[in-house]
Design a protein around this ligand. Structure first.
Ligand code: BGC
Length: 366
């Protein structure tokens, strides 16, 4: 009798697990995942990485996209709360606006995990899983410094991400923590950001307030068209001495390609060195074609796996391990931080041979 019961129990568990791994089939979902938009390749990388990690995670889940809208983000969270989620993994569209959505989740007893972007000014966040965004900025800034080692007076053009994204501040703070010294030393002359003049060498932990005046004038809003228009405007305003061989701090790959196109179109620009981030296939192609100088690869496969591990701990009532804290202006949020890798034309072939990227996908990228 006991044995029969044990077999029955085991069978029930197998069926329960099978139902789980299908994810989203039943009305009950344990984990809701909300990502910002399908319009940028970066977030499609995360979706694919989550699909791979979730297929062996053993819990039910559903991924929804906010399509660039905080209102859609809120209704996505509400829809997931209706399905009784236990954990919400959210990459916010807008760091401050998302506070309302996570507050609702908290009130419903849900554990809130910020994914990649920290939600600010709320105590309704429990964990943060992120790449080391400061290191991303440092890598970008240092790349420009190394590329123009020994030169002076190199024109430098600065661009940032969206001011609604906490990461944009961290990326810029990282880059500026090294570039501001190089500007003070005379290696670079900033050509498109009067707000930065007289600010001197910037502290590594420069806060939002100190940076928001600067970011406000150089923001691409993470939008390719905005980035291109901004760069074109900067080039129209710049005289010949601000052209020639130039350095460009571009915050991510999509904006880097747009800005690179604008600089390519200006015949007074002899050459440029431009940064990026995300290792999008289209930018790996730009790197192979000599149109983008570097990108910072943030391996979303490991970030999604880490997230699934943390979620599994939460569902099993275990306290997840964390290795950092990030302050969201209301609280210190226990965080897990992952390292990043610089990709250039030199190491890209090895990464392709190792199977991290595929040449045919790079060739096919738009
Ligand atoms: C992410 C970047 C991304 C950018 C634009 C940032 O929060 O960390 O990887 O390129 O948003 O979507």
């Amino acid at each position: 009798m006991k044995k029969a019961l044990a077999i029955l129990l085991a069978l029930t568990m197998v069926f329960a697990l099978a139902a789980c791994s299908k994810g989203g089939d039943s009305d009950e979902v344990q984990v809701g995942i909300v990502l910002p938009t399908k319009e940028e390749p970066r977030w499609l990388q995360d979706e694919a990485s989550f699909e791979a990690a979730l297929s062996d995670a053993g819990f039910t889940s559903e991924v929804l996209f906010s399509q660039g809208s905080s209102a859609t983000e809120l209704s996505n969270v509400e829809a997931l709360l209706e399905k009784n989620i236990k954990v919400l993994v959210i990459c916010a569209q807008d760091a401050a606006a998302a506070g309302a959505a996570v507050q609702k989740a908290k009130e419903a007893g849900v554990t809130v995990v910020c994914y990649d972007r920290l939600i600010t000014n709320t105590d309704a966040v429990d964990y943060y899983i992120t790449f080391n965004s400061f290191a991303v900025g440092v890598a970008q800034g240092q790349y420009l410094i190394d590329a123009y080692a020994g030169k002076t007076g190199v024109p430098l053009y600065l661009y940032s991400g969206a001011v609604t994204d906490n990461n944009a501040f961290i990326f810029f703070a990282g880059a500026w923590s090294v570039l501001s010294q190089a500007v003070a030393d005379g290696q670079f002359v900033v050509e498109n950001c009067p707000a930065i003049e007289g600010k001197g060498v910037m502290d590594a932990d420069a806060d939002h307030e100190a940076l928001s005046d600067i970011l406000g004038t150089i923001t691409t809003n993470w939008d390719f068209a905005t980035a291109k228009t901004l760069a074109e405007g900067n080039l129209v305003a710049a005289d010949a001495s601000a052209k020639g061989d130039v350095a460009i701090l571009a915050p991510n790959d999509g904006t880097a390609r747009a800005i690179a196109d604008a600089f390519t179109a200006d015949s007074a620009v002899t050459s440029y060195v431009i940064t990026g981030q995300d290792a999008e296939n289209a930018s790996l192609k730009y790197i192979q074609d000599g149109k983008q100088s570097m990108t910072v690869w943030k391996n979303t496969a490991t970030l999604a796996e880490t997230t699934c591990g943390l979620v599994a701990d939460l569902l099993n009532d275990k306290t997840p391990a964390t290795d950092a804290t990030y302050n969201n202006q209301t609280k210190d949020v226990p965080s897990v931080e992952q390292a990043v890798t610089v990709i250039t034309a030199e190491n890209l072939p090895d990464l392709i041979s190792a199977g991290n990227f595929s040449q045919s996908e790079i060739d096919a990228a738009q």
